[in-house]
Write a protein of this length. Sequence first.
Length: 237
Amino acid sequence: MTTTSVSTGTDSTTKERTSASPWGGHVGTGKSSSRLSGSGRRRSVPYLLLGVLLVVVCAAGGVFAGMQLGNRESVLALARPVAVGQILTAQDLKQVSMASDSGMDLVPASSASAVVGQPLAFSLPAGSLVTRSVLGAPQVPQQGKAIAAVGLKPGQFPPDLSPGTTVAVLTTPGQGTTTGTSTGPTSSWTAVVTGIATRDTDQTAVVSLQLSDSDARALASAPAGQLSLVAIAGGGH
C-alpha cells in the first residue's frame, strides 16, 4: 500500500511539471511553436534572394536595351532613283535608322543641307544609302563596268522607265524567214539605267545601260530590234 501511494504521488508531480507553465501554457507546446517559427523564416530566405536576383536581371536587361537603342543614328538614303550627274535635292533624300558602328561612311541626317546641291557620281536606285563616296563628279563607268546603249521602241521598255532603275535585258528570239518559227537562244542580263534619250521625230528611244564589262560586250552583239527591258527590284550600282 505504501509503495502504491508513493508511485501515485510521483506521477501526479510529473504531470504537473509537464502540463504547468509559468506563461499559462504547456511547456512542450511552446518549444514546438518556436521550432515552427524558425523553420518558416529559414524557408523565406531563398524566396527573398530569388526576388532580389530577378530585380537585378531586369535592371541589367533595361540598361542593355537602352544601350542598343542609343547606338543607332539617322542617316541619309535616296527616296527615289537618281541618275549619274544629277544634282541632289531635298526631295531625293530620306532618313533611315542605322547602327552607328556599321563601318560604312554614311552621311548623317543632320548633314542633309551639305548634301543637297551636290552631283551624284553614280546612278543609284531608290533606297540606296548615301555615302560620301557616291557624291561628286560623275564616274562613268565604274571600275569593271561598261556602258551599253540600246535602241528600243514603245512596248520594249516600261513607259515610266527612269535613270537609276535596275532592269533585266532580254533578247526575244527572231522569226525564221521561211517557216515563221523563232530562232536563236534567249539571253538575259541585269543592268542599271544611266540615261534615256528620245527624239520628237523618232519613236526610238536610246537607253544607256551600265552592266559588267563582259555582259556589255555580249549585249552589244545582240541582234538589233530583239531586245526588251523589264524593271526589277535591285540595289547597288
